[in-house]
Design a protein around this ligand. Structure first.
Ligand code: OOG
Ligand code: MG
Length: 260
């Protein structure tokens, strides 16, 4: 088991890299005790440091829930991370590319919770806690050199979380065909990735239930008012200054950002 001192030491390392937008070497090579359990403890401790600086926990994210993402990253198991208030952008916001390390962007579907949600739950039960769903874009920016990591590495690095944007329209989950919404991610007006919400563990509600269930195994749960990103529906795309990216999701509308 990794000692509390080592958890804190590595949490400080990944938190500082995220704060200063600097690259670090993968941990797995030099930290033999980096199990998945230790990685989730490091993630929690690193986000605790953000909270101590005044950020608020606003929700959670699932990662590696689609085959496209698993294959792109060479990591084949869903993982979760934490979203804080400093990561939310207004829809249409401009992001300074130079403030990030090597950002990529991916289209997602987001849930807004109206009730607390504790696992174990089924996907149908999980939907009872949902106020509505909206289109989303997640910008990921792994702190690891060359965007390469093992599963425990990426979990310790809060699953590459850096920024996200939600579309303006919230639809009740039962009002849309949530299990198969067409998704087009346009870069500068050209479709760059095309997919469906069906790519997210076959149905985004499965991703939400899986998140509640994974959290329950660690004694945690989801809360009313929280945002949940269900996971990228397509591969992520590297962005450059000048790019205008839109996620157009059937029935949910558009989430968009610009890089300057
Ligand atoms: C890890 C984060 C994965 C998703 O939606 O699959 C993720 C990464 O790809 O860097 O956010
Ligand atoms: Mg994502």
């Amino acid at each position: 088991m990794m000692s509390p001192e080592n958890i804190q030491r590595i949490a400080a390392l990944v938190d500082t890299a995220a704060m200063n937008r600097t690259e670090i070497d993968q941990l797995a090579a030099t930290e033999p005790e980096l199990t998945m359990e230790a990685a989730y403890q490091i993630q929690a401790a690193s986000v605790e440091r953000r909270i101590e600086r005044g950020e608020r926990l606003v929700g959670m994210k699932m990662g590696l829930t689609s085959r496209a993402k698993m294959e792109q990253m060479g990591v084949h198991e869903p993982i979760y991370g934490r979203l804080t208030s400093s990561m939310i952008l207004n829809n249409g916001a401009a992001i300074r590319h130079a403030d990030l390390i090597h950002p990529r962007i991916e289209p997602e579907v987001a849930f807004l919770l109206k009730r607390d949600l504790s696992g174990p739950v089924t996907p149908a039960q999980a939907l009872l806690a949902v106020e509505g769903v909206c289109a989303a874009l997640e910008i990921i920016d792994s702190r690891y050199r060359d965007f390469k990591f093992t599963l425990p590495d990426v979990v310790a690095d809060n699953t590459s979380a850096v920024l996200f944007v939600l579309g303006d329209i919230l639809q009740p989950a039962e009002a849309v065909n949530l299990g198969n919404l067409g998704i087009v991610m346009e870069v500068n007006g050209v479709p760059a990735e095309i997919g469906s919400s069906a790519a997210i563990l076959e149905h985004p509600a499965r991703s939400l239930a899986e998140l509640a269930n994974m959290l329950a195994r660690r004694g945690e749960s989801l809360h009313a008012g929280q945002i949940v990103l269900a996971g990228g529906a397509t591969a992520a795309v590297a962005v450059k200054p000048g790019d205008h990216v839109r996620a157009v999701v059937d029935e949910l509308g558009v989430a968009e950002v610009r890089f300057v």
